[in-house]
Design a protein around this ligand. Structure first.
Ligand SMILES: Nc1ncnc2c1ncn2[C@@H]1O[C@H](COP(=O)(O)OP(=O)(O)OP(=O)(O)O)[C@@H](O)[C@H]1O
Length: 262
């Protein structure tokens, strides 16, 4: 699905990623974890064919960046950006349909087929916002928008889903509902691979299978969750003693008191 090999990424003379290698396979659900400024969004930009590596190679769905038409490639990638720049009062249904045209607004003179509208309504139902399908975007809460954006990302039947901090700004109930929905998507789309960026381990769905830990533009560890989301590795990643526990598939992170250095 995704292979980054020895990737360096330089912007404005600054080395933002250094020697990053990461392989995401069919049906794997990855978490990308690391402190502020570690390079998580930079990696997501490469995975979404938004940017190109300075050195090294990025292969997305078997196609190497730099040798393929990135617009075609982007059609197979669902990118969920919580800062979706929509300003007009489109309904949730319309927003989901814009996933088919890859645009923020409805394309002039473009009309969905009845099948496409049916599919959009099915996804809106899967994401639990069917009662709001025709409500204007401008009146929706952040949680409702987040769900609509995931439905929008899924409508083009992507093979790869990129989720950039999908729980940002959600209250605890909305967050739990979103995580439940991700677990449902896990069950209904077994081959879909996703990469989810978060600051909080509590915000990882139980369906997470792998994690990559980033610190200062380098991958400290990458692999199955039981080998990566550990007290030792997470403490090293965040430069702080943090105890990790897992219960009923979910993680908690607790900072040790009185052990902070400096
Ligand atoms: N265009 C740029 N020029 C120079 N530095 C940049 C540029 N864009 C990002 N950076 C820097 O690159 C580093 C990595 O940024 P990135 O947004 O990928 O981190 P992140 O892990 O997603 O952080 P956060 O958790 O705060 O969202 C940061 O130090 C950031 O300041």
């Amino acid at each position: 699905m995704l292979e980054l090999k020895d990737v360096d990424f330089v912007r404005d003379g600054k080395l933002l990623l250094s020697g990053v290698s990461l392989t995401v396979g069919d049906g794997e659900r990855w978490a990308l974890l690391g402190p502020n400024g570690a390079g998580k969004s930079t990696i997501l930009g490469l995975c979404g064919a938004v940017t190109h590596p300075t050195r090294g190679t990025v292969e997305i769905l078997g196609k190497r960046l730099g040798t393929v038409d990135i617009r075609t490639l982007r059609e197979s990638i669902g990118h969920v950006n919580p800062r979706h720049p929509l300003r007009s009062p489109l309904s949730i249904l319309d927003v989901v349909l814009t996933g088919l045209t890859g645009t923020v607004e409805r394309m002039p003179r473009w009309e969905p087929t009845p099948e496409q509208t049916t599919r959009a309504l099915e996804l809106i139902d899967l994401l639990g916002v069917s009662t709001l399908a025709r409500s204007p975007w401008t009146t929706l809460s952040q949680g409702e928008r987040g769900r609509a954006l995931i439905a929008r990302a899924l409508i083009s039947d992507p093979k790869l889903l990129l989720l950039d901090e999908p729980s940002t700004g959600l209250d605890v109930a909305a967050r739990e509902q979103l995580l439940e929905t991700l677990d449902q998507i896990d069950a209904s789309h077994p081959h879909l691979a996703w990469v989810l960026v978060t600051h909080h381990l509590e915000e990882l769905p139980t369906s997470t299978t792998h994690a990559a830990l980033l610190n200062r533009g380098r991958v400290l560890a990458a692999g199955p969750v039981d080998e990566t989301i550990t007290t030792g590795l997470i403490s090293t990643t965040f430069d702080h003693p943090i105890e990790i526990n897992r219960q009923a598939g979910r993680w908690t992170a607790t900072a040790h008191r009185g052990t902070r250095s400096g």
